[in-house]
Design a protein around this ligand. Structure first.
Ligand code: NPW
Ligand code: K
Length: 473
């Protein structure tokens, strides 16, 4: 698992190391990491390094200092290095001296380059690129290697509010920052240079394939259809059976245990998935180890009563879509649950706001903080859908699943996710892990279903087994 720390935590840890390290040593270590990456990119893109041209974009602080030192190292490999100083009077003095004495040039306008190094701003970034930097970046035609993070993107939230760098690669130092996962597409390939920092618990973790594989429940020799966890789905309606078919189908594809469906779309669900045990109501459904409630179930009183019946059963529940709207409209529904049993909400932004705003929690640029605050307030796990999915538990733990493509922005995609979450909750996974692993497999299923062209939620359902095979295989 990779981890991310907000900038103030990284700074505190850096200061402890700086206090016991010779002056400039950390910066030179950071800069050497950038120079190595720059050499690799030059080699890969141009077939060599000597005589290739690198343009440094140098801002007012230590981020620019890193770039200047990296330029000095590149000069030793016979790379031609030009530095464009965006705040000449505040450029890092030692870095500039090192670059000059290594034969680098200071230029007044961007020059032709095989690679640009973005040392405009790093940990101290606030807001988008300022006009002078924005103009230079807009005119670049070389690929960009970002120092620490792409300038113009908020380091702690990944928010982009105007002009910003999109990097082909980023080299960061000490520990990853939230931007690297919340705006992964702006960062390109990420490399971490170790600075020996002693870091506290991270702000959030990022599951990798091996983590999801280790967590994914696989049937063992002693398992039968019941022991793997039975998933119950209550979703859809006779008028809108689609959500029921998608959520149930996705649970069927995500587990080899049993799936039950309770609701008025029973006939359609059974026609599409004969292996599902269907019934008209939650009360008649028989025992399950987790419920998924909400997609397409409506927001009227009958649906409210169904949701209450589900929450009263004392098993983990994934509440999605209309179920979330019902919880916002009828906060007393929370009283129906046993507080010791996990509830996992899977809102998109508007659903999140419906539940959070009456409780004084705003969904601003800091999506991780908002999800954590709502999870703590509700005593529930919150999976906030979005470009990067955030899963926050009531105990302060959080996971982020960065998006790798946009194909999942399709109708019914959320119903598919809730079915996978239900399968994992029924297998007994911790809800934060269940949310994170489901989001990971959902993204993979979306990629496989799309294969580079628009797809549909039904295809994503069908791709769930391939996604699981790809992850656990
Ligand atoms: N600490 C360490 O040990 C190590 C640190 N290291 C490196 O130091 C970096 C942090 O350096 P830092 O703190 O000097 O600030 P940095 O990010 O360069 O910003 C400089 C100034 O830019 C300005 N500015 C703000 N927003 C802006 C915008 N949108 N567009 C344009 N300009 C903007 C703002 O000044 P203002 O103009 O507002 O007065 C700000 O003060 C870190 O990311 C890493 O690369 C590594 O060497 C490892 C060891
Ligand atoms: K930067």
């Amino acid at each position: 698992m990779r981890s991310a720390w907000s900038t103030h935590r990284i700074r505190e840890a850096e200061e402890r190391v700086l206090a016991v390290t010779p002056d400039g040593a950390l910066m030179r270590r950071a800069a050497w990491g950038i120079a190595r990456q720059a050499l690799a990119m030059l080699r890969e893109r141009t077939g060599g390094v000597a005589g290739r041209r690198v343009l440094l974009l140098v801002g007012a602080g230590n981020n620019g200092g890193d770039a200047l030192w990296a330029g000095a190292f590149l000069r030793k490999r016979a790379v031609a290095v030009d530095a464009l100083l965006l705040a000449p009077e505040r450029a890092h003095a030692e870095g500039l001296a090192a670059l000059r004495s290594a034969g680098g040039r200071v230029v007044q306008a961007p020059t032709r380059a095989d690679l640009a190094v973005d040392g405009i701003v790093g940990l101290s970034a606030r807001g988008p690129l300022r006009p002078a930097a924005a103009e230079v970046v807009a005119r670049l035609d070389a690929p960009v290697l970002a120092v620490d993070l792409p300038s113009g993107v908020d380091p702690d939230t990944g928010a982009v509010d105007g002009p910003a760098v999109t990097a082909a690669a980023t080299v960061t130092f000490g520990g990853c920052k939230p931007v690297h996962f919340l705006a992964a597409e702006r960062c390109g390939a990420l490399t971490l240079v170790d600075l020996g920092l002693d870091l506290p618990d991270p702000d959030f973790g990022v599951l990798d394939r091996a983590d999801v594989a280790a967590a994914w429940p696989l049937p063992g020799a002693d398992d039968d259809k019941y022991t793997q966890g039975v998933v119950g789905i209550t979703a859809g309606s006779s008028t809108y059976p689609g959500a029921a078919v998608l959520a149930t189908g996705s649970a069927v594809r995500a587990t080899s245990g049993m799936v039950r469906y309770a609701g008025s779309a029973a006939e359609e669900v059974n026609r599409r998935y004969p292996e599902v045990v269907v019934t008209g109501s939650v009360g008649d459904a028989g025992r399950v180890q987790a419920w998924v409630a909400g997609p397409g179930m409506g927001t009227g009183h009958p649906a409210r009563d169904v949701l209450r019946a589900v929450l009263e059963q004392g098993v983990p529940v994934c509440v999605d879509a209309d179920g979330i709207t019902l919880l916002a409209k009828h906060p007393e529904l929370w009283d129906a649950r046993d507080p010791g049993v996990p509830v996992l909400l899977t809102p998109h932004d508007r659903e999140f706001a419906r539940v959070a705003e009456p409780r004084g929690i705003e969904l601003g640029a800091d999506r991780v903080a908002a999800a954590k605050a709502l999870a703590a307030e509700l005593g529930a796990t919150v999976l906030l859908k979005g470009h990067a999915t955030v899963v926050a538990g009531p105990d302060g733990r959080a996971l982020v699943n960065p998006a790798r493509s946009h194909w999942l922005a399709t109708a019914g995609s959320g119903d598919v996710l809730s079915g996978v979450v239900g399968a994992l909750l029924a297998a007994g996974l911790d809800p934060v892990l269940a949310g994170g692993a489901a989001a990971f497999v959902h993204v993979r299923a979306g990629e496989l279903a799309a294969a580079g062209a628009p797809t549909s939620a039904s295809k994503v359902v069908d791709a769930v087994p391939d996604a699981i095979r790809d992850v656990v295989g």
